[in-house]
Design a protein around this ligand. Structure first.
Ligand SMILES: Cc1cc2nc3c(=O)[nH]c(=O)nc-3n(C[C@H](O)[C@H](O)[C@H](O)COP(=O)(O)OP(=O)(O)OC[C@H]3O[C@@H](n4cnc5c(N)ncnc54)[C@H](O)[C@@H]3O)c2cc1C
Length: 277
Protein backbone atom coordinates (compact mmCIF):
# COMPACT_ATOMS: atom_id res chain seq x y z
CA UNK A 1 0.00 0.00 0.00
CA UNK A 2 2.91 2.37 -0.68
CA UNK A 3 2.93 4.21 -4.03
CA UNK A 4 5.89 4.08 -6.40
CA UNK A 5 8.18 7.12 -6.11
CA UNK A 6 6.96 10.28 -7.87
CA UNK A 7 7.86 13.94 -8.23
CA UNK A 8 5.50 16.57 -6.80
CA UNK A 9 4.84 20.14 -7.92
CA UNK A 10 2.30 22.54 -6.46
CA UNK A 11 1.07 25.12 -8.98
CA UNK A 12 -0.86 28.33 -8.43
CA UNK A 13 -2.26 28.96 -11.94
CA UNK A 14 -4.01 26.90 -14.59
CA UNK A 15 -1.30 27.89 -17.11
CA UNK A 16 1.38 26.39 -14.85
CA UNK A 17 -0.67 23.20 -14.54
CA UNK A 18 -1.06 22.92 -18.32
CA UNK A 19 2.65 23.54 -18.87
CA UNK A 20 3.50 20.79 -16.37
CA UNK A 21 1.11 18.38 -18.11
CA UNK A 22 3.12 18.60 -21.34
CA UNK A 23 5.55 16.10 -19.76
CA UNK A 24 4.46 12.51 -20.34
CA UNK A 25 3.44 10.54 -17.32
CA UNK A 26 2.35 13.56 -15.30
CA UNK A 27 -1.03 13.59 -13.59
CA UNK A 28 -3.16 16.27 -11.97
CA UNK A 29 -3.65 15.84 -8.22
CA UNK A 30 -6.86 17.43 -6.87
CA UNK A 31 -8.37 15.93 -3.70
CA UNK A 32 -6.35 12.74 -4.13
CA UNK A 33 -9.24 10.56 -2.95
CA UNK A 34 -9.32 8.47 -6.12
CA UNK A 35 -5.78 8.92 -7.45
CA UNK A 36 -3.81 8.20 -4.26
CA UNK A 37 -5.66 4.92 -3.50
CA UNK A 38 -5.01 3.86 -7.13
CA UNK A 39 -1.30 4.75 -6.73
CA UNK A 40 -1.09 2.85 -3.44
CA UNK A 41 -2.46 -0.22 -5.21
CA UNK A 42 0.05 0.46 -8.05
CA UNK A 43 -2.85 0.61 -10.52
CA UNK A 44 -1.50 4.05 -11.43
CA UNK A 45 2.21 4.99 -11.43
CA UNK A 46 2.59 8.58 -12.62
CA UNK A 47 6.16 9.91 -12.61
CA UNK A 48 4.94 13.31 -11.43
CA UNK A 49 1.90 14.83 -9.70
CA UNK A 50 0.84 18.41 -10.29
CA UNK A 51 -1.18 19.61 -7.31
CA UNK A 52 -3.93 22.06 -8.36
CA UNK A 53 -5.24 22.55 -4.81
CA UNK A 54 -3.55 25.97 -4.62
CA UNK A 55 -5.29 27.46 -7.68
CA UNK A 56 -7.81 29.78 -6.05
CA UNK A 57 -9.65 30.50 -9.33
CA UNK A 58 -10.61 26.83 -9.62
CA UNK A 59 -12.55 26.96 -6.35
CA UNK A 60 -14.95 29.73 -7.46
CA UNK A 61 -18.67 29.03 -7.31
CA UNK A 62 -20.80 31.76 -8.85
CA UNK A 63 -23.73 32.73 -11.05
CA UNK A 64 -22.78 34.07 -14.48
CA UNK A 65 -24.91 34.76 -17.59
CA UNK A 66 -27.81 32.60 -16.42
CA UNK A 67 -25.55 29.71 -15.46
CA UNK A 68 -24.27 28.34 -12.17
CA UNK A 69 -20.51 27.95 -12.60
CA UNK A 70 -18.69 25.57 -10.25
CA UNK A 71 -14.88 25.62 -10.26
CA UNK A 72 -13.34 22.21 -10.85
CA UNK A 73 -11.47 22.24 -7.54
CA UNK A 74 -14.59 22.98 -5.46
CA UNK A 75 -14.89 20.15 -2.97
CA UNK A 76 -18.02 18.09 -2.48
CA UNK A 77 -18.48 19.95 0.85
CA UNK A 78 -17.96 23.40 -0.76
CA UNK A 79 -20.83 22.57 -3.13
CA UNK A 80 -23.02 20.99 -0.46
CA UNK A 81 -22.87 24.05 1.81
CA UNK A 82 -23.22 26.74 -0.89
CA UNK A 83 -26.43 28.78 -0.82
CA UNK A 84 -26.52 29.27 -4.61
CA UNK A 85 -26.54 25.49 -5.02
CA UNK A 86 -29.08 24.94 -2.26
CA UNK A 87 -31.39 27.52 -3.89
CA UNK A 88 -31.11 26.57 -7.56
CA UNK A 89 -29.80 23.00 -7.67
CA UNK A 90 -31.05 21.32 -4.48
CA UNK A 91 -30.33 17.87 -5.91
CA UNK A 92 -26.62 18.81 -6.02
CA UNK A 93 -26.81 19.59 -2.27
CA UNK A 94 -28.56 16.27 -1.69
CA UNK A 95 -26.13 14.32 -3.91
CA UNK A 96 -22.99 15.91 -2.42
CA UNK A 97 -24.19 15.09 1.09
CA UNK A 98 -24.30 11.38 0.15
CA UNK A 99 -20.72 11.15 -1.15
CA UNK A 100 -18.42 9.00 0.98
CA UNK A 101 -17.84 10.39 4.46
CA UNK A 102 -16.88 13.79 5.91
CA UNK A 103 -13.20 13.37 5.02
CA UNK A 104 -13.98 12.42 1.41
CA UNK A 105 -16.41 15.34 1.08
CA UNK A 106 -13.86 17.79 2.49
CA UNK A 107 -11.08 16.75 0.09
CA UNK A 108 -12.62 15.24 -3.05
CA UNK A 109 -13.49 17.66 -5.86
CA UNK A 110 -16.14 17.76 -8.57
CA UNK A 111 -13.47 18.06 -11.28
CA UNK A 112 -11.58 15.05 -9.94
CA UNK A 113 -14.75 13.00 -9.82
CA UNK A 114 -15.73 13.88 -13.41
CA UNK A 115 -12.21 13.29 -14.78
CA UNK A 116 -11.93 9.95 -12.96
CA UNK A 117 -15.35 8.86 -14.31
CA UNK A 118 -15.85 6.03 -11.86
CA UNK A 119 -18.97 4.13 -13.02
CA UNK A 120 -20.37 4.38 -9.48
CA UNK A 121 -19.57 8.07 -8.81
CA UNK A 122 -22.40 10.48 -8.02
CA UNK A 123 -21.44 13.69 -9.87
CA UNK A 124 -21.66 12.18 -13.37
CA UNK A 125 -25.41 11.45 -12.97
CA UNK A 126 -26.03 14.86 -11.39
CA UNK A 127 -24.26 16.86 -14.09
CA UNK A 128 -25.96 14.82 -16.82
CA UNK A 129 -29.42 15.45 -15.40
CA UNK A 130 -28.59 19.14 -14.93
CA UNK A 131 -27.61 19.34 -18.62
CA UNK A 132 -24.21 20.72 -17.64
CA UNK A 133 -21.28 21.64 -19.83
CA UNK A 134 -17.73 20.77 -18.76
CA UNK A 135 -15.20 23.52 -19.43
CA UNK A 136 -11.68 22.25 -20.12
CA UNK A 137 -8.37 23.93 -20.95
CA UNK A 138 -5.23 22.61 -22.62
CA UNK A 139 -2.22 23.96 -24.50
CA UNK A 140 -4.53 24.68 -27.50
CA UNK A 141 -6.92 26.81 -25.42
CA UNK A 142 -10.34 26.23 -23.86
CA UNK A 143 -13.27 24.19 -25.05
CA UNK A 144 -16.64 23.16 -23.67
CA UNK A 145 -17.95 19.60 -23.74
CA UNK A 146 -21.59 18.77 -23.09
CA UNK A 147 -21.89 16.37 -20.16
CA UNK A 148 -23.95 14.13 -22.46
CA UNK A 149 -20.84 13.74 -24.69
CA UNK A 150 -18.23 13.67 -21.90
CA UNK A 151 -18.45 10.12 -20.49
CA UNK A 152 -17.36 7.51 -23.00
CA UNK A 153 -16.97 4.30 -20.98
CA UNK A 154 -15.45 2.75 -17.89
CA UNK A 155 -13.18 5.42 -16.34
CA UNK A 156 -12.92 7.16 -19.72
CA UNK A 157 -13.96 10.58 -20.93
CA UNK A 158 -13.38 12.98 -23.83
CA UNK A 159 -10.74 14.85 -21.78
CA UNK A 160 -7.46 15.04 -23.72
CA UNK A 161 -4.21 13.88 -22.04
CA UNK A 162 -2.94 17.44 -21.55
CA UNK A 163 -6.26 19.01 -20.63
CA UNK A 164 -7.55 20.10 -17.27
CA UNK A 165 -11.19 20.55 -16.26
CA UNK A 166 -11.58 24.14 -15.13
CA UNK A 167 -15.32 24.43 -14.41
CA UNK A 168 -18.75 22.89 -14.66
CA UNK A 169 -21.44 25.19 -16.11
CA UNK A 170 -25.08 24.46 -15.38
CA UNK A 171 -28.02 26.37 -16.89
CA UNK A 172 -29.95 27.86 -13.98
CA UNK A 173 -33.25 25.94 -13.88
CA UNK A 174 -36.36 28.06 -14.51
CA UNK A 175 -38.68 28.73 -11.58
CA UNK A 176 -40.85 25.75 -10.69
CA UNK A 177 -38.23 23.06 -11.39
CA UNK A 178 -38.08 20.22 -8.86
CA UNK A 179 -35.09 17.93 -8.50
CA UNK A 180 -33.90 14.95 -6.49
CA UNK A 181 -31.04 12.46 -6.19
CA UNK A 182 -31.91 8.98 -4.98
CA UNK A 183 -29.06 6.61 -4.21
CA UNK A 184 -28.61 3.10 -2.93
CA UNK A 185 -25.08 3.25 -1.46
CA UNK A 186 -22.63 0.40 -1.20
CA UNK A 187 -22.63 0.05 2.60
CA UNK A 188 -18.83 0.29 3.08
CA UNK A 189 -17.60 2.77 0.46
CA UNK A 190 -20.88 4.70 0.00
CA UNK A 191 -20.35 4.63 -3.80
CA UNK A 192 -23.63 4.19 -5.71
CA UNK A 193 -24.81 0.67 -6.38
CA UNK A 194 -27.48 2.71 -8.14
CA UNK A 195 -27.92 6.48 -8.26
CA UNK A 196 -30.75 8.27 -10.05
CA UNK A 197 -30.80 12.05 -10.61
CA UNK A 198 -34.02 13.66 -11.82
CA UNK A 199 -35.03 17.22 -12.59
CA UNK A 200 -38.60 17.99 -13.60
CA UNK A 201 -39.25 21.35 -15.26
CA UNK A 202 -42.44 23.40 -15.14
CA UNK A 203 -42.82 22.97 -18.94
CA UNK A 204 -43.41 19.22 -18.43
CA UNK A 205 -39.98 17.99 -19.53
CA UNK A 206 -37.91 15.73 -17.28
CA UNK A 207 -34.18 14.94 -17.30
CA UNK A 208 -33.29 11.54 -15.87
CA UNK A 209 -29.75 10.19 -15.39
CA UNK A 210 -28.35 7.06 -13.79
CA UNK A 211 -24.98 6.18 -12.30
CA UNK A 212 -23.77 2.86 -10.93
CA UNK A 213 -25.85 0.96 -13.46
CA UNK A 214 -23.61 0.67 -16.53
CA UNK A 215 -19.99 1.30 -17.55
CA UNK A 216 -20.64 5.02 -17.47
CA UNK A 217 -23.37 7.33 -16.25
CA UNK A 218 -26.05 8.08 -18.85
CA UNK A 219 -29.27 9.99 -19.55
CA UNK A 220 -32.25 7.67 -19.93
CA UNK A 221 -34.06 8.98 -22.99
CA UNK A 222 -36.66 6.16 -22.97
CA UNK A 223 -37.86 7.09 -19.49
CA UNK A 224 -37.66 10.83 -20.28
CA UNK A 225 -39.83 10.46 -23.40
CA UNK A 226 -42.41 8.35 -21.57
CA UNK A 227 -42.97 11.31 -19.22
CA UNK A 228 -42.62 14.19 -21.68
CA UNK A 229 -45.55 16.58 -21.30
CA UNK A 230 -47.42 14.12 -19.07
CA UNK A 231 -48.37 14.67 -15.43
CA UNK A 232 -46.18 12.85 -12.91
CA UNK A 233 -48.68 10.36 -11.53
CA UNK A 234 -48.82 6.61 -10.89
CA UNK A 235 -49.77 5.81 -14.50
CA UNK A 236 -46.99 7.83 -16.13
CA UNK A 237 -44.38 6.96 -13.51
CA UNK A 238 -45.05 3.29 -14.24
CA UNK A 239 -44.78 3.97 -17.98
CA UNK A 240 -41.42 5.72 -17.43
CA UNK A 241 -40.12 2.91 -15.21
CA UNK A 242 -41.14 0.35 -17.85
CA UNK A 243 -39.44 2.39 -20.57
CA UNK A 244 -36.20 2.82 -18.58
CA UNK A 245 -32.88 1.04 -19.26
CA UNK A 246 -33.66 0.12 -22.86
CA UNK A 247 -30.47 -0.88 -24.72
CA UNK A 248 -28.41 -0.45 -21.54
CA UNK A 249 -25.78 -3.09 -20.70
CA UNK A 250 -26.39 -3.28 -16.97
CA UNK A 251 -23.29 -4.17 -14.93
CA UNK A 252 -23.26 -7.27 -12.76
CA UNK A 253 -20.61 -7.72 -10.07
CA UNK A 254 -20.14 -9.29 -6.65
CA UNK A 255 -22.23 -6.53 -5.05
CA UNK A 256 -25.22 -6.73 -7.38
CA UNK A 257 -26.18 -9.23 -10.10
CA UNK A 258 -27.59 -7.87 -13.37
CA UNK A 259 -31.24 -8.67 -12.48
CA UNK A 260 -30.83 -7.22 -8.97
CA UNK A 261 -29.17 -3.99 -10.21
CA UNK A 262 -31.82 -3.63 -12.94
CA UNK A 263 -34.54 -4.00 -10.32
CA UNK A 264 -32.80 -1.50 -7.99
CA UNK A 265 -32.46 1.06 -10.78
CA UNK A 266 -36.16 0.88 -11.54
CA UNK A 267 -37.09 1.12 -7.85
CA UNK A 268 -34.86 4.18 -7.45
CA UNK A 269 -36.27 5.79 -10.59
CA UNK A 270 -39.76 5.30 -9.16
CA UNK A 271 -38.66 6.86 -5.83
CA UNK A 272 -37.09 9.79 -7.68
CA UNK A 273 -40.16 10.46 -9.79
CA UNK A 274 -42.46 10.44 -6.77
CA UNK A 275 -40.07 12.92 -5.14
CA UNK A 276 -40.48 15.44 -8.00
CA UNK A 277 -44.24 14.94 -8.36
C1 LIG B 1 -13.55 5.98 1.11
C2 LIG B 1 -14.02 6.69 -0.15
C3 LIG B 1 -15.38 6.77 -0.39
C4 LIG B 1 -15.83 7.42 -1.54
N1 LIG B 1 -17.19 7.47 -1.75
C5 LIG B 1 -17.64 8.09 -2.86
C6 LIG B 1 -19.05 8.18 -3.11
O1 LIG B 1 -19.89 7.75 -2.34
N2 LIG B 1 -19.43 8.81 -4.26
C7 LIG B 1 -18.54 9.34 -5.14
O2 LIG B 1 -18.95 9.88 -6.17
N3 LIG B 1 -17.22 9.28 -4.92
C8 LIG B 1 -16.75 8.67 -3.81
N4 LIG B 1 -15.40 8.63 -3.58
C9 LIG B 1 -14.48 9.25 -4.56
C10 LIG B 1 -14.26 10.71 -4.18
O3 LIG B 1 -15.43 11.45 -4.43
C11 LIG B 1 -13.10 11.32 -4.99
O4 LIG B 1 -12.72 12.43 -4.28
C12 LIG B 1 -13.38 11.75 -6.40
O5 LIG B 1 -13.86 10.70 -7.17
C13 LIG B 1 -12.11 12.24 -7.08
O6 LIG B 1 -11.89 13.57 -6.76
P1 LIG B 1 -10.47 14.05 -6.25
O7 LIG B 1 -10.54 15.51 -6.21
O8 LIG B 1 -10.15 13.33 -5.00
O9 LIG B 1 -9.54 13.60 -7.46
P2 LIG B 1 -8.06 12.95 -7.51
O10 LIG B 1 -8.06 11.66 -6.76
O11 LIG B 1 -7.07 13.97 -7.09
O12 LIG B 1 -7.95 12.71 -9.05
C14 LIG B 1 -8.73 11.72 -9.71
C15 LIG B 1 -8.38 11.71 -11.20
O13 LIG B 1 -8.85 12.89 -11.82
C16 LIG B 1 -7.75 13.65 -12.39
N5 LIG B 1 -8.11 15.04 -12.11
C17 LIG B 1 -8.39 15.60 -10.91
N6 LIG B 1 -8.78 16.87 -11.07
C18 LIG B 1 -8.74 17.13 -12.38
C19 LIG B 1 -9.05 18.28 -13.19
N7 LIG B 1 -9.51 19.43 -12.65
N8 LIG B 1 -8.90 18.18 -14.52
C20 LIG B 1 -8.46 17.03 -15.09
N9 LIG B 1 -8.16 15.91 -14.40
C21 LIG B 1 -8.30 15.96 -13.06
C22 LIG B 1 -6.51 13.14 -11.68
O14 LIG B 1 -5.37 13.30 -12.48
C23 LIG B 1 -6.86 11.68 -11.48
O15 LIG B 1 -6.66 10.95 -12.66
C24 LIG B 1 -14.92 7.99 -2.44
C25 LIG B 1 -13.54 7.92 -2.18
C26 LIG B 1 -13.10 7.28 -1.05
C27 LIG B 1 -11.61 7.24 -0.78
Amino acid sequence: MIPAAFEYEKVTTVDEAIAALSNDDTKILAGGHSLIPAMKLRLSRPAKLVDIGGIAALKDLKEEDGEIVIGAAATHADIMYHNLIRTHLPFFTEGASMIGDVQVRNHGTIGGSLAHADPAADWPALVLAADATIEVRGSDGSRRIKATDFFTGLFTTRLGPNEIITAVRIPKPADGAKSTYQKFPQPASRFALVGCAVIRFADGSTNIAFTGVAENAFRDSGAEQALAGKPVNEEHITAAVNAALQNVDVLGDHYASIPYRTHLAKVFLRKALWAVK
